[in-house]
Design a protein around this ligand. Structure first.
Ligand SMILES: [Zn+2]
Length: 340
């Protein structure tokens, strides 16, 4: 390992977005005198009569949830994007705007209010993956939909208002910023090399083995070289695939196992139900070949040193670039020890 990367401040290049992150490992060597408090998991019931996501309960719009047994999907009652909204554009001098249409859905991972992905069996996570695949196909086939964003906000600290295990799917007409950047970087690399950018990166990571947290037959869980969040991770399929519908049954189970392993390790890291935003970046559903795309799932957790010490993106990070103290390799060493 290049020890300079662990001792001196440097910038790391994100091959997927074309942006840089500032790393300051010398700052992480400051003695830590904070507490390592134990936060007891909430004692949540398996069914909460006041939860709008629990089976059989009535949602705010008056609809009643079915008595579902595994995964349940419904169109968001308060969607940020709507399929029937007016299309228009504004081109008034320097004032420029375009209307945006979309469909937003909510996906309950389990009827059990007290669980999270980390507590669920691999076979049950696999049912969530199957639902993601189905929704990607169904939503992607809609003429107005060119991109499907699958994500989860977990924990009150991430602004998640309901502890019931659930995620969301926002699908829309155009590519959101983060996807646009990754589309551009992958396309440029593919045009030049005729290979997958992330596939080649994975090969290099598997050679040096410095940032690998977990690996099974078809997937690798790693902390990317350019990670911004202290314990950021990424799940990458070994076989180059444009989207999650290309997963074989075997690969789907491997992916579910990878999700299970990393979410369990996260919960152990600070002995709490670990908050994060996770999301899957995959090929747009715009009818183009998109051969340059290699899908992946990322976890962006905000916790830094304990269940209560959170990293804030403020100051220099708002005005300059993202910055981190603990290096990706130091974070990996801690997470790798917690994989069982
Ligand atoms: Zn619930």
């Amino acid at each position: 390992m290049n020890t300079d990367l662990q001792d001196y401040s440097h910038k790391r290049y994100n091959i997927l977005t074309g942006e840089w992150v500032l790393v300051s490992p010398h700052r992480a060597k400051r003695p830590w005198q904070g507490q390592n408090e134990e936060i007891s998991a909430d004692d949540r019931p398996a069914h909460d009569p006041s939860c709008y996501l629990c089976a059989g309960n009535t949602r705010i719009n008056g609809e009643q949830n079915p008595d579902y047994k595994d995964v349940f999907v419904f169109t968001n009652d308060f969607a940020a994007l709507q399929s029937t909204s007016k299309t228009f554009s504004v081109n008034d001098g320097l004032f420029k705007a375009e209307s945006e249409q979309g469909i937003c859905k909510v996906i309950c991972f389990s009827p059990d209010h007290s669980k999270s992905l980390a507590d669920m069996a691999v076979e049950d996570i696999n049912k969530v993956v199957a639902t993601w695949q189905k929704e990607y196909t169904v939503l992607g086939a809609e003429p107005i939909i060119n991109y499907v964003q699958i994500f989860e906000n977990k924990g009150a600290v991430m602004g998640c208002s309901n502890p019931h295990p659930h995620g969301q799917i926002w699908s829309q007409s155009t590519l959101p910023n983060e996807v646009e950047k990754k589309d551009h970087q992958q396309q440029a690399y593919f045009d030049k090399n005729q290979t997958s950018l992330l596939g080649d990166y994975l090969e290099q990571e598997l050679e040096v083995k410095e940032r690998i947290i977990f690996e099974n037959e078809h997937f690798v869980v790693l902390t990317p070289f350019w990670a911004v969040w202290p314990f950021e991770t990424m799940i990458v399929p070994k076989r180059s695939q444009k989207n999650i519908t290309e997963l074989s049954e075997d690969e789907s189970l491997s992916f579910s196992e990878a999700i299970s392993k990393i979410t369990k390790a996260y919960d152990k890291l600070f002995n709490c139900s670990f908050p994060y935003s996770s999301g899957i970046h995959q090929a747009p559903t715009n009818g183009k070949p998109n051969a340059h795309w290699h899908w992946h799932m990322s976890f962006y957790p905000p916790l830094l040193r304990s269940a209560t010490v959170k990293k804030f993106m403020v100051g220099y990070e708002m005005f300059g670039s993202p910055q981190r103290d603990i290096t990706a390799e130091q974070a990996v060493a801690r997470l790798r020890d917690l994989i069982v």
